[in-house]
Design a protein around this ligand. Sequence first.
Ligand code: ZN
Length: 353
Amino acid sequence: MALPVFRIDRRRRIADATISLHVVGLPPLAFIAALAAFLLLTATIAGCTDGPERTDVSGRTVQAVATTSMIADLVREIGGDRVHVEGLMGPGVDPHLYRATEGDVTRMTSADIIFFNGLHLEGKMAEVLEQVESRGIMADAVAEVVPVDSLLAPPEFQGNFDPHVWMDVSLWKLAAGAVAEGLANLDSTHAEGYKTRMAAYLARLDSLDTWVRGRLSDVGDDQRVLVTAHDAFNYFGRAYGFEVKGLQGISTATEAGAADVQNLAEFVANRRIHAMFVESSVPPRSIEAVQAAVRSRGFEVRIGGNLYSDALGNPASGHDNYEGMIRHNVNTIADALMPQSASEAPAAGVAMK
Ligand SMILES: [Zn+2]
């Protein structure tokens, strides 16, 4: 078993000093003990810090705002009945391109706490988030608690970290810890409840991670390639053993060019990849262009289905929560790339034209 790693540092992402506790790979009981120790430490430090007065939320519901739908789901899981969560970005919304509306700004400035991804995912919201923070509203970047040595920095993102950490379930556990910590800081009288809910949720994420590995275990080595519209799946690939090829870079803000389409088509045809995937928050036309370019090389690659990358699914779809999103993605990938799907097409899954 991996040794627990504690990293305590001071962040100034809110108006007064807080201490953040990063816990990596801890079993639930040890995590609870660690969080209890941390809360005691925070309480001690709070007594000698001259920060602005926090609103007392102990007698009412905490008002939280979350940027992406994955984060909104996480805050609902950890917050339970204590927290009302407003999610800014709905199903199919692309966070790289999303600009805050006037209504969003109102929601943020009247919130007790804001949770966002960070790592430049919400690329067009940086200024708004800074303004909100400057008013003393707590704003926590849940992906920025991931230790730097666990982050990916692909060259195409020009020196920035890849923000799509939710695609690795074990990294999303760290985000869950960040949410629990943020809520416990704000609403310390109910810290126990957040701890309990976090422990239960972390156990569910452990089960989910185990299920993912089992479900993907039958995908053959030659098919462990994930071809998608944009590079949202690098963490998924690293965690679960897939090579990842995105047509667009990390952000959807850059359109794929004709050369990118041809290069990817060449790769797919050469490697005889059975299926490529479209994404809920990226228009399918770019991946369809690759499919056509593969066909012009005399091979046939299927669109294996729709993956959720940067947003959850519609309400009541069953994919409107994080666990449902991951299960849908993994089932879609496994069904499209597993050996039995190869038998649907002649010539080892690649139809010769
Ligand atoms: Zn993305």
